[in-house]
Design a protein around this ligand. Structure first.
Ligand SMILES: Nc1ncnc2c1ncn2[C@@H]1O[C@H](COP(=O)(O)OP(=O)(O)OP(=O)(O)O)[C@@H](O)[C@H]1O
Ligand SMILES: [Mg+2]
Length: 356
């Protein structure tokens, strides 16, 4: 045996039992505290199982609180139950145009001859397959989409379906084209954040899946649990659990103690991920506006802000914009145009843990 590896933990001594259970896209067997939401999603889909049309849903809520996981959980359940309702899940951050979405749906339906086909041709294939059955379409991170043709087409031409839209931004729906809104008429479903006790329970459950029994010292777990409750994002909790485990292994420890948890906490801070949900409401309101109107002049933005019910003067609005720029939520581009000197305000896609 090589001396280099002699002193290191051999794999059967790992603190992890199943490290994959800490992946952000891992769907756990049970999702405590989300049963109500899952039943609601299922109820919207249920008519499809009886050959009727389904309902549409608009899901909103802060980052890292189980929106994606809860919906995917229901889709998985549906898939095990029937072949007659086809689940389609698309993340619009990755697939942000109608063409990319049509390609992706073809891919999920197992249709391979997409090369050189135009958007309409791809949709003809999709329509042909799905109109023999029923379908559930989930468009996650819908606020990242660049055009809405796909939504319009699906609403008009797929007979039996449920369309589920997911976003962090509750106000997003209001901005949607009336033509689409009046056809979609989705049921709103809001996810609320977990309280500290719920957060703790979710993390402990995940530890059971991911770690060898008994490796976690309770004081270490309490540190992680507390931090996760403060950030209100389960995803950071999973990150911290994994990093603590890795820190323990680095030091060839069979136990995960406070020291290892602290290493993990420092790592999290290094990322300086600021969840936009941590901003105060007023600033969040302004950020949402910038997001929807990215590329606008600052003066125009302030006008829109007032129209939407904002109260701050231009001066204090401008101060908040500068603060958002400093924390890298947005960028300001100084330009000179016919109105004189002004700034163009652009939204920065806030980095999420999933980007690392
Ligand atoms: N109730 C729960 N039980 C078990 N795990 C959960 C629960 N809620 C969230 N999680 C886990 O937390 C992680 C983040 O959840 P998810 O990806 O669904 O967040 P999200 O609400 O979609 O966030 P975003 O808006 O940033 O996309 C996932 O790994 C998920 O499995
Ligand atoms: Mg999500």
């Amino acid at each position: 045996m090589s001396t280099l590896f002699k002193d290191m933990l051999s794999s059967d001594e790992s603190v992890f039992k199943n490290e994959d259970a800490l992946d952000f896209d891992y769907i756990p067997k049970l999702m405590p505290f989300r049963e109500t939401q899952q039943s609601y999603v299922a109820a919207c889909i249920a008519p499809l199982l009886q050959g009727r049309n389904g309902k549409n849903l608009f899901i909103s809520g802060a980052p890292g609180i189980g929106k994606t996981a809860a919906v995917r959980w229901v889709l998985r359940d549906l898939e095990e139950e029937t072949d007659e309702v086809v689940p389609i899940y698309i993340n619009c951050w990755q697939k942000n145009t109608t063409y990319k979405i049509m390609l992706e749906i073809c891919d999920q339906l197992g249709y391979k001859f997409t090369h050189n086909k135009k958007t309409e041709e791809l949709f003809a294939v999709i329509k042909d397959i799905l109109n023999k059955k029923a379908a559930v379409f989930v468009f996650d991170e819908i606020d990242k989409i660049q055009d809405f043709d796909f939504l319009y087409t699906i609403m008009e031409e797929i007979y039996k379906k449920s369309i589920i839209l997911i976003t962090n931004f509750k106000e997003w729906m209001a901005e949607l084209d009336q033509r689409i809104k009046s056809r979609l008429t989705p049921e709103p479903l809001q996810f609320r954040q977990y309280n500290p006790a719920e957060t703790d329970k979710i993390l402990r459950k995940r530890i059971d899946y991911a770690f060898v029994p008994g490796v976690w010292e309770d004081s270490a777990l309490r540190l992680i649990s507390k931090k996760t409750s403060d950030i209100k994002d389960i995803r950071s909790g999973l990150y911290l659990l994994r990093q603590s485990g890795l820190a323990a292994e680095d030091r060839s420890s069979r136990k995960i103690g406070e020291g290892h948890a602290k290493v993990a906490l420092e790592k999290l801070d290094e990322f300086t991920i600021k969840g936009s949900d941590q901003l105060e409401d007023e600033t969040k309101f302004i950020l949402d506006l910038v997001k929807q109107k990215s590329g606008s002049r600052i003066g125009d933005l302030h006008r829109m802000y007032l129209q939407k019910g904002g109260h701050s003067s231009y001066k204090s609005f401008r101060r908040k914009i500068t603060k958002l720029e400093e924390s890298k939520f947005i960028t300001l581009e100084r330009v000179t145009d016919k109105t004189g000197n002004t700034s163009i305000v652009k939204y920065n896609n806030v980095k999420k843990l999933t980007d690392f």
